[in-house]
Ligand binder design. Structure first.
Ligand code: ATP
Length: 293
């Protein structure tokens, strides 16, 4: 399931771009006629630029207060590591990771980044440091340039071009009638699934967050596109703490830590080799060449 749904990402970009921070955000929310239930704690301080050490301690959360989806979760992810979350559909992988940008607040335990409880810092400064690449890419009707710049609204043209280059969007841009100024989206040139993924990667190169959440695409891309996007994602992950919700075992083989999440919580974790050696859940999946979708 995809709970990093678009309106949140949109609000996210707006909150980050708001000079007045939360007050501005609240006005925007008022326009939407909804009350945000996640707010800055009184006296919350901005989160200074983080290295990206993440811990979950005794974390419990359920969409319904009385029915936890995850409970007693303990996790440590070191700065710069790639951690991949695998497990059956509905086990709570997406839920676990949606707690980090505080899309929801936990009901027990604590989540820290660089030792700071995420509930004690300003939401905008927290979300500024977490980038999300998900399957459904939010696009608005406008130029390709503006759609990329959505990752960092004040980015100069040079940076936008550089981000497009790093996301390997260049050859596509060259074929467009007006290059980066071509209108895309509903009223303009339609982007393929792969191009949308690249757009979303370009946004993240611009945003340059120390922490990255990748919700691996389950939608079918041809093998070549998939492999080249995988290369771009690997490059994007360099030097960042990267959390991947994985649906294909092949893409996470080299992860520093593979975390197997089941209905009962974290069943096992370790490197690919260590988990194979262990002969548990992961090894079984691997043996069966099981593919999660
Ligand atoms: P998948 O691999 O299919 O994406 P997942 O492991 O990421 O699954 P989650 O999406 O976290 O699992 O879902 C865990 C449980 O929480 C499921 O029972 C799901 O129905 C429920 N759930 C997910 N999002 C919501 C929501 N916004 N409101 C209520 N329940 C939800």
């Amino acid at each position: 399931t995809n709970i990093f749904f678009q309106p949140i990402e949109k609000i996210n970009a707006i909150i980050e771009s708001y000079p007045k921070g939360y007050a501005g955000f609240k006005r925007y929310i008022a326009l939407l006629d909804t009350e945000p239930d996640i707010v800055d704690a009184p006296g919350a301080k901005p989160l200074p630029e983080v290295e990206g050490n993440i811990t979950y301690r005794g974390v419990r959360f359920g969409y319904d207060n009385n029915r936890p989806i995850v409970d007693g979760i303990d996790l440590s992810i070191e700065a710069g590591e790639t951690a991949a979350f695998v497990g059956p559909s509905g086990a709570g992988k997406t839920t676990l990771l949606s707690l980090l940008p505080r899309f929801y607040d936990i009901q027990d335990g604590a989540i820290t980044i660089d030792g700071k409880d995420i509930r004690d810092v300003q939401l905008a400064s927290l979300r500024q440091q977490i980038g999300i690449v998900q399957q459904d890419v939010f696009m608005f009707s406008g130029t390709l340039r503006d759609n990329i710049r959505y990752g960092k609204l004040d980015a100069p043209d040079e940076e936008v071009r550089e981000a497009a280059r790093r996301a390997e969007l260049e050859s596509f841009v060259e074929e467009l009638p007006d290059g980066l100024d071509t209108v895309v989206g509903e009223r303009g040139v339609k982007l393929s699934g792969g191009q949308k993924q690249r757009l979303s990667i370009a946004r993240m190169f611009l945003k340059n967050p120390p922490i990255l959440i990748l919700d691996e695409a389950t939608s079918a891309l041809d093998t070549e596109t998939e492999q080249s996007i995988q290369r771009s994602l690997n490059e994007l992950a360099q030097g960042r703490t990267t959390l991947i919700i994985a649906h294909r075992l092949a893409t996470i083989r080299h992860a520093d830590n593979i975390i197997v999440v089941t209905q009962d919580g974290i069943e096992e974790q370790g490197t690919h080799d260590a988990l194979l050696e262990r002969g548990g859940h992961y090894a079984k999946l691997h043996g069966a060449q099981h593919v999660y979708v």
